[in-house]
Ligand binder design. Structure first.
Ligand code: 0GY
Length: 298
């Protein structure tokens, strides 16, 4: 028995995903995935809000190869707090095929940041979901931005659409590239032409430093697989902001309660939101390569 027991209602990732019918173009990047532990080697943080089942780098790399993905962007999961060791270990084991998004606090030293940069970290994540992290004042985040600016890193933000208006001034004050997780977490029952999603489209339209991950149909859907109700939202963003969109699996899918997606089906979702080969090339290959491997900054 290991040191950690996953939450009673935890859903573990699909151990046997389908082989996708859609063949990913060479160089495709899974721009949003995580590693959890393993807890015996990389303990979960005392302040975590959930305890997952382990999902380590070997399983992630096996999924990468199974799906036909070339590279990963591994996002520090909140269950590890600001201890990035599991994520950094995965980056260092990837042979240059993974980049990272870290969670740090403002007291971090320049040497620690440089070490993370050398391992492949290129961004930090600010998380605004109280079910995942305790809120911090804006100043906390501005201090982090000051620390990462010299390295040319960007900021990934995770918020729910209902909170966008209240955070608008802070978000738009950020002078880095800003990547928004999971299409800005719209309530898809409100419609793609509704006020809520309209505000999000305005955010990205008015701020050319904003990028969007068209990820997580399995999290956004009310209808369930094959996620028809999410298609218009993701497709609108891909159509309007073709050079600033990223795709990812979100493996191993933390905190899903309704169902666990088939990761092969998540690949098959791509042509539905990016119907042309040109749009897919940008979404899957060109955009993430520019941002995470070539160091595009703002
Ligand atoms: C996601 C979504 C979630 C969790 C985390 O770091 C995390 O714990 O990001 C969520 O629960 O919505 O992006 O994986």
């Amino acid at each position: 028995m290991g040191a950690f027991t996953m939450d009673d209602d935890w859903l573990v990732f699909d151990p046997d995903p389908s082989v996708p019918q859609f063949i990913l173009p060479p160089g495709s990047v899974d721009s949003h995935c995580h590693v959890f532990g393993p807890g015996d080697e990389f303990p979960y943080a005392p302040e975590r809000k959930y305890t997952p089942g382990d999902a380590g780098k070997d399983q992630l790399f096996a999924l990468r190869d199974h799906l036909g993905v070339s590279r990963n962007v591994i996002v520090q999961a909140t269950c590890h707090g600001t201890d990035n060791s599991s994520m950094l270990d995965a980056l260092r084991s990837s042979g240059g095929r993974a980049r990272g998004v870290a969670t740090i606090d403002p007291s971090i030293s320049h040497d620690e940041l440089t070490e993370m940069h050398d391992a492949g970290v290129r961004a930090v994540r600010f998380n605004y979901l109280p079910r995942l992290v305790d809120p911090q004042p804006d100043d906390y985040y501005y201090r982090i931005v000051d620390k990462i600016r010299p390295l040319g890193w960007h900021v990934v933000i995770y918020f729910e659409a209902a909170d966008l208006a209240a955070r608008w001034d802070f978000f738009t004050s950020l002078d880095t590239v800003v990547v928004v997780d999971h299409v800005g977490r719209p309530d898809v029952s409100r419609g793609v032409d509704g006020e809520e999603f309209g505000l999000f489209l305005r955010l990205v339209g008015e701020n050319p430093n904003f990028w969007v991950k068209v990820t997580c149909p399995e999290r956004l859907t009310h209808a369930g697989a094959p996620y028809d109700d999410v298609v218009p939202f993701a497709r609108r963003v891909v159509d309007e902001f073709a050079d600033r969109v990223l795709w990812g699996t979100d493996w191993p899918h933390p905190n899903l309660k309704s169902h666990m997606p088939d990761d092969g089906a998540l690949v098959d979702f791509v042509p539905r939101i990016a119907p042309s080969a040109g749009a897919r090339q940008r979404l899957l290959v060109d955009n993430p390569t520019r941002l995470y491997w070539e160091g595009e900054s703002w």
